[in-house]
Design a protein around this ligand. Structure first.
Ligand code: SF4
Ligand code: SF4
Length: 153
């Protein structure tokens, strides 16, 4: 039987006390993306965009007030941000990995930009002329032309 959400903290290893996430401006230009490459060149740091479109830098670092049994040693005098955190929407209850976009390494930024660029090019490409049964263009051997494979979709 699944335990009620109320018991979640008792079963969790205090996932929410092991990082700090700070909102950052949405990247707009090369300089901004280069900054993200630099952020994620550091250990224990990642950048993500959440489902609501917000961009965050996340530092994986344990809170000093987290006790050996994963308890908050300054409860009930912990910080307002901790009090406001909703267990029903936390990473333990909902599961981790819900980021819309995740950058862990500088190469992730390169891959993301290459994909964005390929999508822009695909959108900008003029529509193909209609060619029924693939016979619109002649080919030397009389067979229809094959479409070329492209890497990115
Ligand atoms: S709020 Fe969620 S992540 Fe934090 S200790 Fe409770 S169950 Fe774990
Ligand atoms: S103050 Fe307490 S509840 Fe807040 S992050 Fe630290 S250990 Fe967790």
């Amino acid at each position: 039987m699944e335990l009620p959400v109320l018991n979640a903290c008792a079963r969790c290893t205090a996932l929410c006390c092991r990082y700090v996430a700070v909102e950052i401006d949405e990247p707009e230009d090369d300089r901004d993306y280069d900054n993200i490459r630099w952020y994620v060149s550091h250990e224990n740091i990642q950048v993500y965009q959440d489902d609501e479109g917000g961009w965050y830098i996340q530092f994986f670092t344990r809170c000093r007030h987290l006790g050996r049994e994963n308890e908050c040693t300054i409860h009930p005098n912990h910080y307002q941000i901790c009090k406001d955190y909703k267990m029903r929407e936390c990473e333990f209850t909902l599961g981790q990995g819900g980021e819309k976009r995740l950058f862990r390494l500088p190469e992730d930024v390169d891959r993301y930009l290459a994909l964005q660029s390929a999508r822009r090019e695909a959108r900008a490409a003029p529509p193909r002329a209609s060619s029924r049964n693939g016979k619109g263009r002649p080919s030397r051997n009389g067979r229809p032309h094959r479409r070329q494979k492209t890497g990115a979709r």
